[in-house]
Write a protein that binds this ligand. Sequence first.
Ligand SMILES: N#Cc1c(-c2ccc3ccn(Cc4ccccn4)c3c2)n[nH]c1N
Length: 243
Amino acid sequence: SVMRIDTISIFPEYFAPLHLSLIGKAIDHGLLEVSSHDLREFTHDRHRSVDDTPYGGGAGMVMKPEPWGEALDSILEQLPSPRRRPVLVVPTPSGRPFTQHAAAELAGAEHLVFACGRYEGIDHRVLDWADEHFELHELSLGDYVLNGGEVAALAMIEAIVRLVPGVIGNPDSLVEESYSASTRGMLEYPVYTKPSQWRGLEVPGVLLSGDHGAVDAWRALRSREITAARRPDLLDQESPDRP
Ligand SMILES: N#Cc1c(-c2ccc3ccn(Cc4ccccn4)c3c2)n[nH]c1N
């Protein structure tokens, strides 16, 4: 089935890169449809204004609700009926953490809409209204501050789309990854390829030995060492994947 993704932003050109590489291929193969919408197309004043000063005072500007309401209406009107409620993802610093688990959850959706804010955020009434018409997910990419939601949406879209069956070339790499890397598993072990000697540096002998048991053991040990050093928090969690 075709997954449809709509993005809404005052910088729709941020999403041009989605038509490259992996995701570009999925689009070419008809597995994925991506459309980017310019929020300013839903303004009607001469200055095409999308922001105004915050009620209650404070620095910065807030995105006005009207353009968002019209943009989201336009998405809903274009849906084939009877429609299942589309998923609305709103990247925000105050969101629930976007994790591999969230990506897997969203990979099952038929239709994803990303509302990318700027300034100090979107008038909260937009989220309150959207909660009645969409399956709303307010998600944060991580504990750092960005200037808007576009970069977060690009990352989320890539993490989600690569989990959609048929989109990524080799499904095996997904299976391996789901047990060892960015999920609540462990961090990836180091990888090597030819030449076996490079600038005086060798590939660990075990990897050239052909002894698959020894290779697996070496990789598990390296994952554990790297995880203990960089992400001890991942080691604390009991996980059925890790004996
Ligand atoms: N996801 C995510 C994000 C964001 C993010 C997402 C959307 C917007 C819309 C406006 N801003 C600027 C801004 C800065 C400060 C306080 C409020 N708003 C965003 C930032 N920052 N960091 C993440 N992990």
